[in-house]
Design a protein around this ligand. Sequence first.
Ligand code: NDP
Ligand code: 2IT
Length: 443
Amino acid sequence: MEVDVLLDNVKRKNPGELEFHQAVTEVVQHVAPFAARNPKYRKMAILERLVEPDRVVMFRVAWLDDNNNVQVNRGYRIQFNNAIGPYKGGLRFDGSVSLSILKFLAFEQIFKNSLTTLPMGGGKGGSDFSPKGKSDMEVMRFCQSFMTELARHIGANVDVPAGDIGVGAREVGYLFGQYKRLRNKFEGVLTGKGAEYGGSKIRPEATGYGAVYFAEEMLKRNNDGIEGKSATISGSGNVAQYAAEKLIQLGAKVLSLSDRQGTLYIPGGLTEEGLARVMQIKNEERAPLSVFCDSFEAEFREGQNPWSINCDMAYPCATQNELDENDARTLVENGCMLVSEGANMPSTPGAVEVFEGSKIMYAPGKAANAGGVAVSGLEMSQNSQRLSWDSEEVDRRLKKIMSDVHESCVEYGRENGHVNYVAGANIAGFVKVANAMLAYGVV
Ligand code: NDP
Ligand code: 2IT
């Protein structure tokens, strides 16, 4: 089938799902020419089947708030593709969550998980519930109600959720507790668990660290390194915090973080002490980033993103489509030489075009942020073995996986001496899944 026909069909069958269309278009534009050169993929309609989720589960989540009022949210789990392993992917709790957003995330997850070299299929879920401004007990009641329905659809060998925006250690704890109670099973059904009940060392750090390890690999290929470089980061949640930690450890100067209210610009560079304060603000006080300026030298730029700040490297670690074509142009004009995406699909298609055209080192999320789900895969392995590895062991494996992901991107993305990491990630991720689908016949 022609690419245009395939994309038209996707748009027609999934009306209004703009983020999903965007994610499919980006993957298909690289994979379709590759698939066309391999008639077996074409003949067996691999791409046509890949863009159709195995199933989509949508459900009501009713819960009682602290005033005993009934609240109703919508829950989702997209089980997109389990050709190479159990469905695997995070849960997002945020007011913006829609079917389109979760389908884009689940679709991306198929290729990302394939790149990690571990046996994991693609899935994603969540709810339009936002934990912001809710008490711990409200979050608990919501999580228990959400899991009461979700439990029947998941399992350690079926579908293994984890965290994403709005879902961290607290939420995973409540979700796991409810699953265990409903099924009377202590099994590795969720990752990102607390250390006391089966969580892997380095899982909280993995996505942010991984995005920096991937940047290191790109730089190494050009006989360069992180030390002495300046970096802008967006977001100030899980991924941003640990990207900042690793960058500081490796001798880079972190100039910014951000949240929904704006950007924190730290001209002198974020210190370890400053980062500890950010973690306290975001993880314990659950307060706006702007309060950082009460005790540290920094400027808060209300309503702005970090992309106008001069930097050598940019790490978008907040959310989808947070960096547009103009931002990309500004970054490149200001001398930014590397972009490593901690978030999923943070750059708009126009921005991606600017990065590709400028030939800077540009790593898309499905490669650069694969460290998070990779350590989730390692958590599954440890749970199955009923063993837990120490931090050094997990970090060593994470580094090796990021280096392997990088190698795969180079292998499939080489273009006249330059590496197109977007093409490389999409094609490398596709091949393994496509070959497994071929083995199963028409299903
Ligand atoms: P968190 O909820 O911990 O943090 C999200 C951060 O992004 C917060 O600082 C939040 O601001 C900011 N943010 C969220 N939405 C918006 C928005 N619409 N505009 C501006 N800022 C926004 O989530 P994570 O750090 O876990 O996730 C960040 C990104 O990384 C997401 O794209 C996620 O899909 C991706 N990712 C996460 C992985 C993980 O392991 N957690 C793995 C791979 C990718 P505020 O503080 O104001 O809420
Ligand atoms: O987007 C992602 O890769 C995640 N949110 C992590 C998924 C996981 O299963 O650890």
